[in-house]
Design a protein around this ligand. Structure first.
Ligand code: GLU
Length: 512
């Protein structure tokens, strides 16, 4: 059997993302969703979100909600889905049991499926025996030839039964995968798969075929881990007389050690990257580049432009190694491009977590909008913004001087620091770069110091840190923050004069 996907009307495409709501959205699955979305949006197609919740024990509504939220956060939208409806629903497998049952009855009546009464313990023993004898551990076919009438009577009498598909013997199944090329399997290794379990719930390989067919899916784009399921699914299409969709199995996302990306590599879920302050457009753009390239050496492009350029045929076969440094590079690009108000809104929770601000009112928000974008321009992720702004919200002269290096340098430059404190006492705040530079010039006159020997002690005294934002920006920020006083929602920020005086005093104390 060689289904030819090209001969079927596959344009405009109907694609689907079919997550099992059993946990967080893994970045590998997010990339699968994205590739489906890119194909649909780039070609006037339809994107369907189907929830595969047949595993009642592991599926939860919370996980479904979280997956939907993460997909939306990434910028993906769908045309039909569990939360949205559509002409080919329901879109949650747990609501489709009647459909699976009806189709199983059809296969039973054509003897393409049969009831199997083998107890689980028996199947386990069969498996061990096969493994011991070096045979593929597939179902031995004990119930294959039970007379259908007798089997029905047993099932109706209450004996637990599964429904198995009758796999045709000794056949080659060949299909053309849009990513992997020709794929060939022999049915010899495929045991008759369970379609419907004894509790009436459908197995994945069965439900997925019924759903993809009835939802008129034209392209199944999914992870490579499903490639060995595809022959079983193709046999089911054949049994129903349905044309199969085109298949595109994309490589899995790997960690740096080339093992499938998992918890032991660190963050794996979309939610974790979001919590660390990766912007959605950065993550989506980066994921699109894992196994595909928009060409022209241009990699950072808005998602709509990626969709315009996307072609399944250009998706590579080799595995995508998740590269945190490249994600950071993409994120830095988008952090620099983001509107200041948006960056501020996104960074505020990270500052709140430090206890530096509460719910900021309008003056505090305006103040933050002046400093957060500057801080965000030099970080990989928003979670690093607090470290860049510690000088502002968490200044302590005493703590700064506890550091031996800072203390030694400040003691050696005591003249500059005392002159700074004297210069600032009673003078107006340095609200901009010019006033700050004027003060620096006067301290230079008083002390005769210049360059690093002048500026570095000033940095230590005013920020408490040996490095950080440019002083031209940082010092006016300190003064503006201090001018807010105890404005609603802000921890009090000491001004430059207060800082220089405190630093000088602390130096005197430790030197005494
Ligand atoms: N629910 C399956 C999964 O999450 C979907 C597989 C498929 O796309 O066919 O792996």
């Amino acid at each position: 059997m060689t289904p030819d996907p090209i001969s079927r009307p596959i344009s405009p495409p109907r694609v689907r993302f079919a997550p099992s709501p059993t946990g967080q959205l893994h970045v590998g699955n997010a990339r699968t969703a994205l590739f489906n979305w890119l194909l649909a949006r780039g070609s006037g197609g339809t994107f369907v979100l189907r929830i595969e919740d047949t595993d009642a024990e592991r599926s939860t509504p919370e996980s479904e909600r979280a997956i939907v939220e993460d997909l939306r956060w990434l910028g993906l939208d769908w045309d039909e889905g569990a939360d949205k409806g559509g002409d080919r629903g329901p879109y949650r497998q747990s609501e489709r049991t009647h459909i699976y049952r009806a189709h199983a009855v059809e296969l039973l009546s054509r003897e393409q499926a049969y009831r199997c009464f083998c107890p689980a313990e028996q199947l386990e023993l069969d498996r061990y025996a096969a493994l011991r004898e070096g045979r593929p551990p597939k179902y031995v076919g004990r119930c294959r030839d039970l007379p259908p009438g007798e089997a029905r009577a047993r099932a109706e009498g209450g004996e637990p039964a599964v429904i198995r598909f009758r796999v045709p013997e000794t056949r080659d199944i060949v299909f053309h995968d849009l990513v992997r090329g020709e794929v060939r399997f022999s049915t010899d290794v495929i045991g008759d798969p369970v379609l419907v379990r004894s509790d009436g719930s459908p197995a994945y390989n069965y439900a997925v075929v019924i759903d993809d067919a009835l939802m008129a899916i034209t392209h199944v784009i999914r992870g490579e881990d499903h490639i060995s399921n595809t022959p079983r699914q193709l046999l089911l299409y054949e049994a129903f007389g349905w044309p199969p969709p085109a298949f595109a199995h994309v490589s899995l996302v790997l960690g740096p050690d080339h093992a499938v990306l998992s918890k032991r590599h660190g963050a794996t879920s979309v939610a974790e990257f979001r919590a660390r302050g990766v912007l959605p457009e950065a993550l989506a753009n980066y994921l699109a580049l894992l196994g595909w390239s928009p060409g022209d050496d241009q990699e950072l492009l808005p998602i709509d432009e990626l969709a315009r350029r996307f072609r399944l045929e250009d998706v590579g076969r080799s595995a995508g190694v998740f590269d945190l440094e490249k994600l950071a590079w993409a994120n830095r690009h988008y952090l620099k491009a983001a509107a200041p108000e948006r960056l501020t809104r996104l960074a505020v929770p990270f500052l709140q977590r430090e206890g530096w601000i509460a719910e900021p009112g309008a003056p505090v928000t305006a103040f933050l909008a002046g400093v957060i974008p500057v801080a965000a321009a030099s970080v990989d992720r928003l979670e690093q913004v607090p470290a860049r702004l510690r000088f502002l919200f968490d200044y302590s002269a005493a703590r700064a001087i506890e550091d031996a290096g800072v203390r030694a340098e400040a003691q050696a430059a005591r003249g500059v620091i005392s002159a700074l404190a004297a210069e600032l006492a009673g003078s107006p705040p340095m609200i901009d770069r010019e006033t700050f530079r004027a003060v620096v010039a006067r301290v230079r006159e008083r002390t005769g110091q210049k360059g690093k020997l002048l500026l570095h002690p000033i940095r230590l005294a005013l920020t408490g840190e040996p490095e950080g934002l440019e002083l031209d920006v940082g010092v006016p920020a300190i003064e503006r923050g201090a001018a807010l006083g105890d404005a609603a929602g802000l921890r009090r920020i000491p001004g430059a004069a207060e800082r220089a005086a405190a630093f000088d005093r602390e130096l005197g104390r430790v030197s005494a």
